[in-house]
Design a protein around this ligand. Structure first.
Ligand code: URA
Ligand code: SF4
Length: 213
């Protein structure tokens, strides 16, 4: 059952039929795991069903939680800049997250909300939404942004440092997919050598551009 201790899953909330708008509307009421309780709203993916490339991040951050759209905060601004530099029009990409609700802690009541990484259990619970997005969009290429997205799509043995900037071919939810993993834009913002980390992100995204042809 959804919402019980041992079986968190979005599955009963995901409509079998309908396009992205139907999915988005249903996701707004998802109670598949406890993360919906403290977050402001579901942050579903954004973009056209005709998008050739799907970008998958971790989970919404503070700004995304307030605005209800993925990658609209500082990490999103950096990502948009990197995409444009690599030659991907952000408007041509479908952008989403492995987990659709913001997970956070507060050091003190009413203080700033601090991002907390989702657990494997929460990623697994939210997986049916990502599977449904892949089914409706059928992208030619998936750009995997960081370790959480990688584990959600490719399993817990995924290591971003080992496979970043390469084209992987894997079966995901029964469909053969091509994926290009790279670092998460938030990791670029936190890096000591921010410029070097940014160049690395752009160079991985260029691999994605070449793979799209
Ligand atoms: N980080 C993510 O992984 N996703 C967002 O939407 C914003 C920040
Ligand atoms: Fe549903 Fe995912 Fe939100 Fe959990 S995080 S309530 S599974 S949409």
């Amino acid at each position: 059952m959804a919402g019980t201790e041992d079986a968190y899953t979005a599955e009963p909330f995901v409509p079998r039929r309908g396009g992205l708008p139907a999915l988005r509307a249903a996701a707004a009421d998802c109670r598949g795991c406890p993360l919906h309780r403290d977050a402001t709203q579901t942050v579903f993916g954004a973009g056209q069903a005709s998008a050739r490339v799907m970008l998958v991040g971790e989970q919404p951050g503070d700004q995304e939680d307030r605005q209800g759209k993925p990658f609209v905060g500082p990490a999103g601004h950096l990502l948009d800049r990197a995409l444009a530099e690599a030659g991907i029009d952000p408007a041509d990409a479908y952008v989403t997250n492995a987990v659709k609700h913001f997970k956070f802690t507060r050091a003190e009541p009413r203080k700033r909300r601090i991002h907390k990484a989702p657990t494997l259990r929460e990623m697994t619970a939210c997986g049916p939404w990502l599977a449904a997005e892949l089914d409706r969009v059928q992208p030619e290429l998936i750009v995997v942004l960081g370790a959480t997205a990688g584990k959600a799509l490719l399993g817990s043995s995924f290591r971003v440092t080992r496979v970043r900037g390469t084209v992987l071919e894997e079966e995901i939810h029964g469909r053969p997919e091509r994926l290009v993993p790279t670092v998460h834009p938030s990791a670029v913002l936190r890096a000591d050598d921010r410029e070097g980390a940014y160049r690395g992100l752009v160079s991985d995204l260029k691999v994605a551009v070449r793979a799209l042809g």
